[in-house]
Design a protein around this ligand. Structure first.
Ligand SMILES: Cc1ncc(COP(=O)(O)O)c(C=O)c1O
Length: 405
């Protein structure tokens, strides 16, 4: 067995849920491993046993948050001082989008592939700030060239802001971020990236892509806990992207006589107040684990699993693979349609019939499997066998439709 395969087997063995369920849903929320859970427990025990604001516990809090920002910078290819801690991706996207100054009529460009976490801030900019919203319509089989061409047309000459995912949650497509950013910058537009589906999945390099802001969560492909995320803002944009919620960290100095000097240049201005240190300790452990696996090795493995899923599902009569097949746009999000079975019923049935955890994406009329390094070929085959059974027997009438995000 190769060292690499031994590593994937090790992480599977360290991910307790895999002993009970076929967990294929890290695009929603990743499976927490024992080392990550232990890191959270250790920090919680420290607070419980020592008290939350004793000296050692406070020092540990500062050290944990500092380590998280530094690891976040490594994870994203940023420098220290360009990454702050947020509550989730959506909060990071909102900070950046609402920090951009827009005049009525300025164009905001987004895509038809966005999650509500990017789409609604774009609509809000139209609703509240009079932006002219352009939505680039993408197809799952659009390659990078077709996508770049569509963006080029949508940007026009008045684009002020672009909001896009680097990987689309609804199709699994990887978008050509560097090319779109170059075109947007040539028009003077700011580029804000929803990286909900990227951190822990694809190697991210914000300096290479040149984007202005990039937001990621802890709880999806990084397999950290809920309730934390990271926001990168390029050093030279920090001063002009105003924070939308403020507290003492957004002040360089203030007193109670009316004197106030805003903190313009330090990215800490976006971190409003107290955050959970046990969660931060878990996110630190999750990023360390991912960096130890190696971002390129993870990326190679998840695409191998996707290719395996494509071959396995394509061989089932009546099944159509609906995620992208281009080498440049394929990711670890694999989508399929099974005959005329309703995807919103098939996904919950896979759970009740075989403890397979996945989701449907109504927008794509498909079931989505998120294939991570703790998964293996046997997970894909088990799921494919269940789909074969559903096609042969139909779904029982009492399957409950799952709520769709
Ligand atoms: C592309 C995308 N953006 C945003 C979100 C929301 O993420 P968060 O909970 O980190 O705000 C999701 C969640 O599925 C997503 O897939």
């Amino acid at each position: 067995m190769s060292d690499q395969q031994a590593r994937w087997d090790w992480i599977r063995a360290q991910t307790p849920v895999m002993a009970r369920n076929t967990y294929l849903n890290c695009g929603f929320s990743g499976a927490i491993s024992t080392p990550v859970a232990d890191a959270m427990r250790r920090r919680l025990d420290l607070e419980v046993e020592e008290g939350p604001v004793t000296r050692t516990v406070q020092d540990d809090k500062v050290a944990t948050m500092t380590r998280l920002r530094a690891l976040g910078a490594r994870l994203l290819g940023a420098d220290d001082g360009e990454v702050c801690v947020t509550g989730n991706t959506t909060e990071g996207v909102n900070i950046a989008v609402n920090g951009v100054s827009l005049k009525p009529g300025d164009r905001v460009v987004t895509t038809s592939l966005e999650h509500g976490g990017g789409m609604i801030p774009a609509y809000w900019a139209r609703e509240k700030r009079g932006a002219d919203l352009a939505i680039v319509h993408m197809e799952p089989d659009d390659g990078p060239g077709a996508m770049v061409e569509k963006f080029d047309q949508a940007l026009g000459d008045r684009a002020a802001l672009v909001i896009l995912s680097e990987i689309a949650y609804s199709s699994g497509q990887v978008l050509p971020l560097r090319q779109v950013t170059e075109m947007a910058h040539a028009r003077g537009a700011t580029v804000v990236v929803d990286g909900a589906q990227t951190a822990g999945h694809i190697p991210v390099d914000v300096h290479e892509s040149g984007v202005d802001a990039y937001a990621v969560p802890s709880h999806k492909w990084l397999c950290g806990p809920d309730g934390l995320g990271l926001l990168y803002v390029r050093r030279d944009r920090i001063a002009d992207l105003d924070p939308v919620k403020v507290s003492a960290r957004a002040a360089e100095a203030f007193d109670f006589e009316g004197h106030f000097t805003p903190n313009r240049d330090d990215i800490g201005k976006y971190e409003v107040s107290t955050m959970s240190t046990p969660a931060a300790a878990g996110m630190v452990a999750a990023i360390e684990q991912y960096l130890e696996h190696g971002p390129q090795a993870v990326w190679d493995r998840v695409r191998d699993l996707t290719r395996y899923a494509e071959r396995t599902f394509e061989a089932i009569p009546g099944v159509e693979v609906t995620s992208p097949r281009h080498e440049e746009t394929r990711s670890g999000l694999f989508l399929f349609k099974a005959g005329d079975l309703d995807c919103t019923l098939l996904a919950p049935w896979l759970w009740t019939a075989g403890r397979v955890v996945c989701r449907s994406v109504k927008q794509a009329d498909s079931v989505r499997l998120s294939l991570h390094v703790y998964n293996n070929e046997a997970d894909i085959e088990r799921t494919a066998d269940l789909v074969r059974r559903a096609l042969a027997e139909g779904l029982p009438e009492d399957v409950q439709a799952a709520a769709e995000a």
